[in-house]
Design a protein around this ligand. Structure first.
Ligand SMILES: Nc1ncnc2c1ncn2[C@@H]1O[C@H](COP(=O)(O)OP(=O)(O)OP(=O)(O)O)[C@@H](O)[C@H]1O
Ligand SMILES: [Mg+2]
Length: 347
């Protein structure tokens, strides 16, 4: 289990400090796919950086820590303080853009073995890497290329290969397929899912695509303006949301055969520079009351495993009736195995 305890992470800028993650406390069970969703700028990538331990100027951890439920070689518990030493072996990161994270002037194979984990046994590891990339649908000689000699989809597969080769317990994937075409996106997701099933590791997946979340994830965290506003099983997030923001976010999910116009989310998130009192979603919330503008709602467990930060969590069901323009979710299967067969059919 990964435990996040009151994480506050901020960027130092010329205007001063801004909290991009502001008091997030969570427990993430092992061996699940957890989705993270929320509008641009709500702190998803910052949370991933904190989890990866990639904290350095301008980002700093102002409070809180992460416990990973792992022990290192010295039998010490792995926490925020020593997670960096576990990169690739216990935790890996698949960033949004493979182009900016692969070194353009170093051949892939050299990037593959340039980790402490491979010290002294590079030849042996490279032979295994050739076999592994082949399993992932890449020609073994692709690792002899420079990044620019590969297509975007191939580079992203290389990133997936690097992130999974050492079978880490935790894989962080920050919009891993955003820059790719739909078919390649699907095949990369399939690849990640297959590897997750084989290895039983935990994947944290940031995506703007609610359809992907619905089909792939077991649990979801919804973030709004640097806060965790809802955390629950994916089925509950879609079928029984307890935060109006979640409801409005999932309402935009298109379904096959349903060509009604989707309602966007009116307005935009508040500035993180001057966080207002009370609930940060109040200004856009159709059920906001005075209390919401005065008092910040804490993240509370309403039913077992279902957390919401809304004073009126119980009223969201009523709101759902009002917003009936939403999709018929029964038409979309929340069933990763169905996605797998869809993807197989595409291949
Ligand atoms: N290097 C930085 N310096 C200063 N502020 C930053 C920096 N990186 C991010 N921020 C700010 O932190 C906040 C959260 O950013 P973050 O990248 O975590 O959002 P996000 O949810 O990943 O957004 P997106 O969906 O667009 O990727 C934003 O307001 C952003 O402007
Ligand atoms: Mg981001």
């Amino acid at each position: 289990m990964i435990r996040l305890d009151n994480i506050v992470a901020s960027y130092t800028t010329q205007r001063g400090q801004v909290n991009a993650v502001d008091g997030v406390t969570l427990e993430i069970p092992d061996s699940i796919v957890m989705g993270i969703a929320g509008e641009s700028g709500c702190g998803k990538s910052t949370l991933m950086k904190v989890l990866y331990g990639d904290i350095g100027f301008p980002l700093s951890l102002r409070s809180g820590s992460v416990e990973y439920g792992l022990t290192n070689e010295r039998s010490e518990p792995v926490t925020t303080d020593n997670i960096r030493r576990e990169w690739f072996r216990h935790i890996s990161y698949i960033p949004q853009s493979s182009m900016s994270s692969l070194n353009p002037v170093v051949r892939i194979c050299d990037q593959f073995v340039d980790f402490p984990a491979t010290a002294g046994r590079k030849k042996e590891v490279l032979a295994q890497v050739r076999g592994f990339v082949q399993k992932l649908g890449l020609p073994p000689e692709s690792i002899d290329a420079y990044p620019h000699q590969l297509s975007g989809g191939m580079r992203q597969r290389i990133m997936v290969a690097m992130a999974t080769f050492f079978q880490p317990e935790i894989i962080l994937a920050d919009e891993p397929t955003t820059a790719l075409d739909v078919v390649v996106q699907k095949s990369i997701l399939l690849l990640l899912l297959e590897l997750q099933r084989e290895m039983g590791n935990t994947i944290l997946l940031v995506s703007h695509d609610m359809g992907v979340h619905y089909q792939v994830t077991d649990k979801m965290l919804i973030m709004y303006a640097a806060k965790a506003v809802e955390y629950a099983d994916t089925d509950d997030i879609f079928q029984n949301p307890l935060h109006p923001y979640t409801l409005m976010l999932t309402n935009s999910l298109p379904t096959i055969g349903d060509d009604r116009a989707r309602r966007g989310l009116p307005g935009s998130p508040p500035s993180l520079w001057e966080p207002q009192k009370g609930c940060r979603f109040a200004a856009r919330c159709p059920i906001a009351a005075d209390r919401c503008r005065r008092e910040e709602p804490p993240l509370v467990e309403y039913t077992r495993g279902h957390f919401s930060a809304c004073h009126f969590a119980g009223d969201v069901a009523g709101l759902k009736e009002t917003l009936q323009a939403g999709p018929k979710l029964s038409e979309v299967a929340h069933d990763p195995s169905r996605l797998m067969s869809d993807l197989e059919a595409d291949r």
